[in-house]
Each structure stands twice: as C-alpha cells, then as structure tokens.
Design a protein around this ligand. Structure first.
Ligand code: EPU
Length: 339
C-alpha cells in the first residue's frame, strides 16, 4: 500500500534526532508501487529525497519537498552455484536484519557488517564498511528505477563504480535513481575476513570460529565504542578517513611516527581521522549541544536538542583545527540536507 502524509516530522527517520519536517512523506511497499509513486504528479513537480533510516544524513532545515521511503523488504534466493548463493533483498529491509538472516542461514560475507544502522538500499548507495569488509564485496547487482520515469535499470557491481564510501549513486547519478532491491552474492562455504587484527582475537575468546561468534564479537566491539543512536543522536563516523599521496604521507609520518595508517595503493595511504581529531584535542569535547564522542572521536553526537547547524558548526571547527595541525582537509561522510 502507498501511504502519503503531509507536514510530517522526520524525527523517526534520522538517527541524529533532528526534529525537522518534510512537506510530504510517501512510502511504498513494492516495485510496482514505487513506479506509481515516481510517475505521480507530486513527485514529478517537487524536489525528492530518498531516505532509509536516515543514518547518514544531517538535516540543517525542514525539507521542502517529498521524502520517499521503502517498505519493500522481500528476500528471495535467486540461485545457488559454485559455492555461492545469489539473494535479492528489497531496499527497505533493515540492514542488520539481513545480516542476522545471513548468519542464521549459513551464508558467509556479511557478518563483519553486523549492527551497522540503516537499510539495504542505503547500504548499496553508501558502500558501508567495517572490519575489513565493504558491502561492495558482496554486491552482485543493484536494481533501480529512474526518478522521473519509473523506468527500470539494473547496475552491475562494476557499473556502480564503488570506492571507499562512494558509488555512482552519490556522484555522477546522484538523485537520479531509486534503489529497488540489491542482489547479493554470499558464500555457502566457511570463509572469514580477519584483516582487522582485534576481531579474530575477540572471536577466539568466544570459542569456535563461527558466523554466530563473529557476529556477536562485532556487535560487542561496536557497542563498546559507538554511541547508541536511540540514546545519543549520531550518524556513525562523521568524516571519512583521509586518503593522501605517498609523499605527503611520508612527510607526516616523519613528524608523527606513531600515526596510524593503512595501505591503499602504491601511490596512496589512508590515515585515521579519529587519530587526527584526537590529537587536535577534540575527544569528549562539546560546543553547546553538539559533542565529540569520548570513545571514538570520529563520531559527533547530539547531546540533546542540537540543531543540524550546531553539529555542522562543530564539524567545521574540527575541520579547521585538523587543517591547522596537519594540513589535511577532512571530508564529511555524512550528507548535509538543506541549508
Ligand atoms: N583512534 C584514536 N583515538 C580514539 C579512537 C581511535 O586515535 O579515541 C585511532 C586508533 O589509532 C585506531 C584508529 O583510530 O586504531 C581507527 O579506529 P577504528 O578502529 O574505530 O576505525 P575508524 O577508522 O575510526 C572505520 C569506519 C567505521 C568502522 C570502523 C571499524 C570510516 C569513516 N569509519 O572507523 O565505520 O566501524 O572503521 O572497521 O571508515 C561508519 O562509517 O559510520 C563507521 C562507524
């Protein structure tokens, strides 16, 4: 069923806890309904924003347009071959519910991404990642509809042009397509990713290396570091980890030998935004109702009653200080909506 509401609070649809309003909220439950929504006058004539759980958005003001949400949560197994299962999942399924099902059914690949907030559609746009895995590693194809026409278009994994927290849906084709469903390719034989050194230790402490134990270890690690958005509004990591050319990295490392860094390619190295922010003295600090989380300074939190602009102001101050201390420009990972 398609539902359409006017002047709706977006409080339940953004994890930062911003009490902003949208002119309209339209929700759909199937691909056929999405086509009807996309071809409607309302959508054709107004600005539209597709929102899942809003776990990567910062609303700076009310949204003067139509917010579109998916309630399409179907999961179907398409085929099984060569040690892999191909599963199509509706964009409105809660990401972590999907991970829980994978673990239950013995499908390998998604377990390191346990407890990441958001829905399946947004996960494919954002290329969510944690503990050495990015969702692009599991995506076979992304099925979409074109915003203005409702025409179907399937993007192969390569066509999605995935990068670190990047995809074609955030860049060249931003706002042009709505994700209908995602086809994942998961393993049916045991295979784990323990690239992140603390994860394997945490799993072994629980006993056997199993999907269930990996999921539980990840959940415990995330809970110990990251604030629960129900309690402290936040959108996970606020900034991306900066990627810098090797020469720049060598100069920084000479000055700061204890600086954490991760290999990206022959020409580039990734630095830790959390470490840079920590070194600039921001950990646990706040500017009014906007705070920097004490256990993971990459996460900015709404300490209660913060407006989007308070969070943006804090983010800008942090960017200035990191630029002043290290000459590095931190880029927000969170998308600002409005002005
Ligand atoms: N660090 C500090 N001070 C702190 C905390 C961390 O200096 O208070 C340094 C440490 O050196 C630590 C390093 O930062 O080793 C990295 O910290 P962490 O392992 O928490 O990972 P991250 O790079 O800060 C990324 C993702 C997270 C993901 C974790 C785990 C980004 C922007 N963030 O954070 O993703 O959960 O790795 O894999 O890539 C998200 O995107 O919203 C998110 C939470």
């Amino acid at each position: 069923m398609i539902t359409r509401q006017e002047k709706v609070s977006l409080l339940p649809y953004n994890t930062f806890g911003m009490d902003v309003k949208a002119d309209w909220l339209v929700e759909y439950g199937s691909p056929a309904e999405l086509r009807e929504v996309l071809q409607s006058d309302l959508v054709q004539r107004h600005e539209c924003l597709v929102v899942g759980k809003g776990s990567n958005l910062l609303f700076l003001s009310d949204f003067r347009g139509v917010v579109i949400r998916s309630r399409y949560r179907a999961l179907s197994v398409l085929r099984e071959e060569d040690g892999a299962v191909y599963v199509e999942v509706g964009s409105g399924m809660v990401w972590d519910d999907f991970v829980a099902q994978c673990v239950e059914r013995g499908w390998y690949g998604a377990e390191n991404l346990s407890l990441i907030p958001g829905q399946v559609g947004a996960a494919a746009v954002q290329n969510i990642g944690a503990y050495g895995v990015e969702v692009k590693d599991l995506i076979h194809e992304v099925r979409t509809m074109e915003m203005g026409t409702g025409r179907k278009r399937t993007f192969t994994q390569a066509e999605c042009r995935y990068g670190y927290r990047e995809s074609i849906f955030k860049k060249e084709e931003r706002g042009k397509y709505v994700v209908v469903s995602v086809v994942f390719r998961l393993g049916t034989q045991p295979r784990y990713c323990f690239g992140y050194k603390h994860l394997e230790e945490a799993v072994r402490q629980r006993g056997d290396v199993s999907l269930g134990n990996v999921r539980e270890a990840v959940i415990e690690m995330r809970r110990s570091k990251l604030p629960d958005p129900q309690q402290w509004g936040n959108a996970g990591s606020f900034f991306k980890n900066p990627v810098v050319p090797k020469a720049r990295f060598a100069a920084l490392l000479a000055e700061h030998p204890d600086m954490p860094h991760y290999y990206v390619s022959e020409s580039e190295e990734k630095l830790s935004a959390a470490w840079l922010i920590d070194r600039c003295g921001w950990k646990g600090r706040n500017l009014g109702p906007a705070g920097v989380w004490g256990k993971q300074p990459l996460v900015l939190v709404n300490l209660g009653g913060a407006a989007g602009r308070d969070i943006r102001h804090l983010a800008e101050q942090i960017q200035q200080s990191v630029h002043g201390c290290f000459g590095i420009e931190l880029q927000p990972e969170v998308n600002y909506i409005g002005e």
